[in-house]
Write a protein that binds this ligand. Structure first.
Ligand code: B12
Length: 210
């Protein structure tokens, strides 16, 4: 069924996609596994876009379908065993990048796991992160980005936090479609989280939650 879902999303069959997701949820499929299939489908959509088989409207429809899938899964995700913690996380998609579906899932998962999260939204300038750190006093910062140009912007954002004398007060995690360990090294972040649960685990570890 998971393969069927990957194909339905990748081929832009919206109605079938939503029907399948509902059936999978009712059949007891793991919500994280359903998200995994959606992510696999997004890679196919991305490739078709790169190859010129899909255009911007398809990317947009893929984004919409993903949002609808997330909405169906949210009540299920909220039922996952809660990891004990408590702390503040400031999150946002870095300047120049407007992808927010992945970030919103991370925000949601942090929230249902009891973190106080301030979400600065998308296309967030470095200085806005700096000001929000002063105001909100988070222990953890989450930077999200899906474009390759986000790598440099993440680096600049972390440099701005450092220049403001705030780097020692916060742990910084980064994530998003193309982010990996090498980008973590490049940007000077403390860690890279491959998915929302990794973000929750990192934040929990950093605030000393067991
Ligand atoms: C949907 C989509 C869009 C939608 C976004 C809608 C939205 N509201 O977000 C729209 C149509 C708006 C869009 C626009 C563009 N897009 Co686009 N898009 C995609 C697509 C298909 C899916 C992205 C997505 O949402 N994935 C699903 C989520 C759930 O992703 P995820 O990685 O599984 O998320 C998890 C982790 O990454 C992690 N995570 C995410 N953030 C964080 C943060 C932290 C702190 C942590 C710990 C973890 C974490 O947790 C998430 C949940 O588990 C990708 C292709 C792909 N393969 O990803 C292209 C893609 C990212 N887009 C691309 C491009 C080129 C664009 C445009 C430039 C197109 C254009 N010509 O205008 C614009 C960019 C505009 C801008 N300035 O940002 C390229 C980027 C290429 C590159 N090298 O930079 C991609 C890779 C497609 C491709 N292969 O060419 N896009």
């Amino acid at each position: 069924m998971s393969e069927q879902l990957v194909n339905a999303i990748a081929d832009m069959r919206e109605e079938e996609t939503l029907k399948l997701v509902k059936e999978m949820v009712e059949g007891g499929s793991e919500p994280m596994a359903i998200l995994g299939a959606a992510r696999e489908a997004m890679d196919i959509v991305g490739k078709r876009y790169e190859e010129g088989a899909y255009f911007l409207p398809e990317l947009m429809l893929a984004g919409e379908m993903l949002n609808q899938i997330t909405d169906i899964l949210k009540p299920e995700l909220a039922k996952l065993p809660e990891i004990k913690r408590h702390g503040k996380v400031l999150i946002g998609t870095v300047e120049g990048d407007i992808h927010d579906i992945g970030k919103d899932i991370v925000t949601f998962m942090l929230d249902v796991n009891g973190f106080e999260v301030r979400d600065l939204g998308v296309d967030v300038p470095a200085q806005e992160f700096v000001e929000a750190i002063k105001d909100f006093q988070p222990q953890v910062i989450g930077l999200s980005g899906f474009l390759t140009l986000a790598f440099d912007v993440m680096k600049e954002t972390i440099e701005a936090i450092e220049a403001a004398g705030l780097r020692d007060r916060v742990k910084i995690m980064i994530g998003g479609g193309q982010i990996n360990e090498d980008i973590k090294e490049y940007t000077g972040a403390d860690a890279y989280g491959k998915d929302a649960m990794a973000g929750v685990s990192l934040a929990s570890k950093w605030v000393g939650a067991k």
